[in-house]
Design a protein around this ligand. Structure first.
Ligand code: ZN
Length: 269
């Protein structure tokens, strides 16, 4: 397969689907997805100031955000959501279960959605999908603009047939490569945490992520990105190698998102 070279210049408002990451990992996650004039943030696991700083790095301000979509109530995804939404008057979209489990439910504008129903936010089509994770009602998303599809999958303990169906024929895939099973096994985590992380309601390991990508039709794929990579139980190289194998490409074809730096705008053409 041939992957497009990263389009680091894609920072202007254009009509195509594009995405960027403020950062990803166990200390905080947030992504931006944009179509036409609509920009949404997926999760916000950073402080208000840190989120503002990282948005500016991506040439965006809080006023640019049409909504914050929340995948689930774990702190690395939700800790910054309510404060950021209150500070900037942004509507927050989540499932009823995620809202029930949220640590701070004082939101300026709450929109509840079913993770079995598609909806639109301005120019952006949103297809939520339920995922197996140890949260109340966790979901992940496929985004569409009518021409392209972007699938984002993190915080999933195992791959379900519904996930494979939902992520079909994407032009960009962002997939969790949380841990290498061997590194997790011999690593420093207590046994209970190791069981949770590696369990069926935990996180995807490199092999599971690669197996998912292998099962998908990747003939349209332009971007393949590994996220939520553990700093303790994985390496960027291992994650890249696993996903590259899955698409018959080189590790250079796969991008990784780190905790600190995120990645700049990637555009689907
Ligand atoms: Zn997480």
């Amino acid at each position: 397969m041939r992957l497009a070279a990263p389009n680091r210049a894609a920072t202007r408002r254009q009509t195509s689907l594009r995405f960027a990451y403020l950062g990803s990992g166990s200390k905080g996650n947030a992504a931006l997805v944009e179509a036409g004039a609509t920009c949404v943030m997926v999760d916000c696991g950073f402080s208000v100031a840190e989120t503002e700083r990282r948005l500016a790095r991506l040439q965006r301000t809080p006023a640019d955000l049409a909504a914050i979509l929340v995948t689930h109530e774990h702190g690395d995804h939700i800790s910054g959501v309510a404060r950021f939404a209150r500070r900037h008057g942004i509507s927050v979209w989540m499932t009823p279960g995620t809202h029930a489990g949220a640590p701070d439910r004082d939101l300026p504008d709450l929109e509840l959605f079913s993770c079995h129903e598609c909806f639109s936010l301005g120019d952006l089509g949103v297809r939520p999908m339920p995922v197996p994770d140890d949260a109340r009602e966790p979901c992940q998303f496929v985004f569409e603009d009518g021409r392209h599809r972007l699938g984002i999958l993190t915080d999933t303990g195992h791959i379900t047939p519904h996930i494979v169906d939902s992520m079909a024929e994407c032009d960009a895939l962002v997939v969790e490569c949380n841990h290498d099973t061997q590194m997790l096994q011999i690593g420093p985590y207590p046994a209970t945490i190791k069981r949770r992380v590696g369990g069926r309601l935990g996180h995807l390991n490199n092999g599971q992520a690669a197996s998912l990508v292998t099962d998908l039709d990747t003939s349209r794929l332009q971007h393949l990105v590994a996220v939520h990579i553990s700093a303790v139980n994985n390496t960027m190289d291992l994650a890249c190698q696993a996903l590259a194998c899955a698409v018959g490409g080189r590790p250079d074809d796969v991008e990784t998102v780190c905790q600190k730096g995120g990645i700049g705008w990637r555009e689907l053409r």
